[in-house]
Design a protein around this ligand. Sequence first.
Ligand code: GDP
Ligand code: MG
Length: 198
Amino acid sequence: MKPVQVKLVLLGEAAVGKSSLVLRFVNDEFQENKEPTIGAAFLTQKCRLEDKVIKFEIWDTAGQERFHSLAPMYYRNAQAAVIVYDVTKASSLVKAKSWVKELQRQANPNIVIALTGNKADLVSSGRSKSSSEDEDNQEGEENQDEEDEDHGVTREVPTEEASAYAQEAGLLFYETSAKNGQGVAEVFTEIAKKIPLE
Ligand code: GDP
Ligand code: MG
């Protein structure tokens, strides 16, 4: 089967794990201290589905603000985007939302966007400790009996909050770990399924 080429761009704040997600997807590897991306990196990987083969041409951008002006070059003709935040850093979701807005205004109107909450291995349950402990009885919620695994890191973005936002904005949504591989193949496979065959 002849592969369909799909240009995909990764966007998100610095250090959320964009390069690590790509490395996991392309080489099935993880590096504990990944050096920051300068400008952008280009990699390719195929994704085989029942009825088609997608060849992703992946542009992994640098997250630093000083590289922001380069981003339109990478997303302008992209058919897909993965916008990444870090589940342990609330400010990274704010940045992710601003990327979503920018793409919805400036990118291809048919672009398939996936919102990805990375570093899920650092936290276990979907709720942030602060929001579930501050309020005594949230409607319909059980007491927090499944304790978060203690890695010394607190979840700052509850799964519910990000997933509700993604649904409202029309995005695919996943929580992933580039470290243990959770969710990574799914992000790319679901994007591949949503790419229209011409
Ligand atoms: P980028 O700037 O968004 O490309 O982020 P990097 O891929 O360079 O990752 C930044 C740091 O976070 C590196 O030290 C990675 O090893 C680490 N990292 C990336 N993804 C994960 C993950 O899923 N879990 C954990 N625990 N660390 C991660
Ligand atoms: Mg990077």
